[in-house]
Design a protein around this ligand. Structure first.
Ligand code: WT7
Length: 659
């Protein structure tokens, strides 16, 4: 974000008070801040106490081996029991857990908590019958259908950590993750519905399984939901099993075992600054405490009356914490939608809100901006009066989008909670409390009760109000990642070495404190991009480009983009023998990245260049490339080994944009 936008942002003086009614009945009130400050362990023990523990914990936090944390020591718990069984036991079996909405219009299905309990038990029995034991990893590569949530909970139920891979990722990306966590079983579907048509998944699983085998890891079974009924390219009787056979025939009785609070719950891969994705490991008791507490406090969930909808995909952390675990641990009723916002037409989301009377709605700024572009007529045609709270996540929300969201979608009566957190933090860290905090467009405000954050300078000293620095979390929290799967060293290096002396967690984001002391998260300070709220690594895309036979070298930057927040811009040097690459080279390279990683990583722009700007030690100066990609005057080039390089690149880029 440029200095100019920054100062504009900080001049923002619109304020929105919490609605009186919400404030009066809010789940969490202002006193929680003081209580949590006075004794944060006691505060977290109280939040953990909202869950059902088979064996109570003896100690809240063991931080003796920092930064390796143990929360709720000695406690035994089952996440699936907490998300399903206990609601049935409490007499809420008839409450709808999921209003499933398929993309084809009228393809809907409601699942109550009692039905969910049966299905999760069946799936747990089926996974066990397929040879999955406690501790084994299960990969999930599925569309947004109830079976995806059921599978996650079934894995949790038997203590088999899942790793959900976003259905939009390529077979290569799936294979890398399957190999890294040595998944024994993959659960998938023939396909899902996407923009009005069936979109296949199973062939990508076949390809990934083959790639995994050639990398020395054999997947033993693939469990396949029949969703679209489309033709399958291949079926291996030794490996492939239909869900309706294996799960359909399994018993609905399943006595669950309880696991240590620190038993691994899942691994979620996310991009870091190298080409290799990081397997973020979350464990059971702390993660469930964090996701359930924040969902209850930040969305002010009233499970008897609210209808909640989070539009994220379960392939991202938001879908884990705010579809599967947080809301279900709280016994919420929620919408689960399979498709895209504009299928079959652009009012689809608003139709769903109207039909189900959605009260709490959680989405990403990139979606809000695209609706702004389409105009308010579309939502105005629907009755959205059921909404009482709106949430935003994934990237900074610009004040214009915030105000439009509140005004057009929320009829100026709903608070907007801008929630800052990460795959690593597991749950929301910084956000307004809707019944307490006034809204300030563009600011995530202050850490929620129980969380301690700061903006610091390079030496780890807090910056004064009105200045910027690096965002850190100063105390451990229950839903923190425990490590990077099989890579403790990278865990320590990435998050805990920059401010080792102070013992702060370094989030990788830059932030400002405004003159009121409220926080404005500005985005990543490392080589990580945020495209439509999804995290992508520059290095990962660079290695995808370099794997193309015509490419010698590549540098990727995230450039500001009106719609997607940031967009992928690539600068590529071709190999000598490739000549000028041919007339389709740019399209070829864009598509190459798409097949290597997935559609979200496809570069907006590829520029073929003769040289890349490098320091004398050979490090690519992405900052300068970003200037070019954002059509700015190129900044300081004095540390370049060859300062004429940037002239060439800038001229080339002007020529290509004039074409
Ligand atoms: C990165 C984390 C949080 C779940 C979805 C993304 C950015 C996230 C906000 C926000 C400003 C935000 C940060 C963060 N980010 N939410 N409300 N305001 N920036 O999870 O893929 O782990 O990415 O997303 O840069 O570090 P993720």
């Amino acid at each position: 974000m440029s200095e100019q936008t920054l100062s504009n942002l900080l001049k923002e003086d619109r304020r929105f008070e919490p609605p009186a009614d919400l404030a009066e009945h809010a789940n969490l009130t202002a006193e929680a801040y003081e209580r949590a400050d006075a004794d944060y362990e006691a505060f977290w023990a109280e939040q953990a106490g909202r869950l059902s523990w088979e064996t109570p914990f003896e100690r809240v936090l063991d931080w003796d081996d920092a930064p390796f944390a143990k929360w709720f020591v000695g406690g035994r718990i089952n996440a699936a029991y907490n998300c399903v069984d206990r609601h049935v036991e409490a007499g809420h079996g008839d409450r709808v857990a999921l209003h499933f909405v398929g993309e084809p219009v009228d393809d809907t299905r409601d699942l109550t908590y009692a039905q969910l309990k049966d299905e999760v038990s069946q799936a747990a029995n089926a996974l066990t019958a397929l040879g999955v034991e406690t501790g084994d990893r299960v990969a999930i590569y599925m569309p947004m259908i109830p079976e995806a949530v059921v599978t996650m909970l079934a894995c949790a139920r038997i203590g088999a950590p899942h790793t959900v891979v976003f259905g939009g990722f390529s077979s290569d990306a799936l294979a890398t993750r399957v190999v890294d966590c040595e998944a024994k079983v993959i659960v998938t579907a023939d396909g899902g519905y996407r923009r009005g048509a069936p979109s296949a998944l199973k062939p990508a699983v076949d390809a990934a399984r083959e790639k995994a085998s050639s990398n020395g890891h054999d997947v033993s079974k693939v469990l396949v939901v029949q969703r679209t009924g489309q033709d399958l390219e291949a079926w291996d009787d030794d490996v492939d099993v239909w869900w309706h056979d294996a799960v359909g025939s399994a018993s609905t009785e399943h006595a669950c075992e309880f696991f240590d609070a620190e038993h691994p719950l899942f691994v979620m891969y996310t991009s870091g600054t190298t080409g290799k994705p990081k397997g973020i490991l979350h464990t059971t008791g702390g993660y469930l405490t964090g996701s359930a507490y924040t969902h209850w406090a930040v969305f002010d969930l009233k499970p008897e009356t609210d209808v909640y909808w989070c539009t994220a995909d379960i392939g991202w952390i938001t879908g884990h914490s705010y579809i599967t675990y947080g809301p279900m641990a709280n016994g919420a009723t929620q919408v689960l939608y399979e498709g895209t916002p504009d299928s079959p037409e652009r009012g689809r989301w608003w139709d769903i809100i109207e039909k189900y009377g959605v009260t709490l709605f959680y989405t990403a700024p990139t979606a809000i901006r695209s609706f702004m572009k389409q105009g308010r007529e579309i939502p105005d045609e629907r009755d959205l009066s059921s909404l009482r709270l709106l949430g935003s996540v994934g990237e900074p929300i610009n004040p214009e989008a915030y105000v439009w969201y509140r005004h057009v979608i929320g009829a100026d009566k709903t608070p907007v909670v801008d929630t800052w957190w990460q795959t690593e933090t597991g749950s929301i860290m910084i956000s307004p409390l809707p019944g307490v905090t006034h809204g300030k467009p563009g600011s995530a405000m202050i850490p929620i009760p129980g969380i301690s954050a700061e903006v610091v300078d390079d030496d780890g000293n807090p910056v004064p109000d009105g200045s910027g620095g690096l965002l850190v979390l100063t105390k451990p929290w229950p839903s923190m990642l425990r490590t990077i799967y099989k890579d403790d060293e990278r865990y320590v290096d990435t998050y805990w070495s920059r401010f080792r002396q102070q013992g702060y967690y370094f989030a990788g984001d830059g932030a400002k404190k405004d003159t009121d002391g409220d926080l404005w998260v500005l985005g990543r300070v490392d080589d990580v991009m945020n495209v439509s709220g999804h995290r992508l690594s520059t290095t990962e895309i660079e290695s995808a480009l370099v794997s193309h036979p015509k490419v010698a070298e590549a540098a990727v930057v995230g450039a500001q983009d009106e719609d997607t927040g940031q967009a992928v811009c690539a600068f590529v040097i071709l190999r000598d023998e490739a000549g000028d690459g041919g007339k389709d080279i740019v399209e070829d390279l864009r598509n190459h990245v798409r097949t290597q990683i997935g559609p979200i990583a496809k570069p907006r722009q590829v520029m073929i260049v003769a040289e890349l700007p490098k320091t004398r030690s050979g490090k690519i100066m992405r900052r300068l490339l970003k200037d070019v990609a954002e059509n700015r005057e190129v900044g300081d080039v004095t540390t370049l080994a060859d300062s004429s390089v940037m002239d060439l690149i800038s001229k080339g880029s002007k020529a290509s944009s004039d074409e």
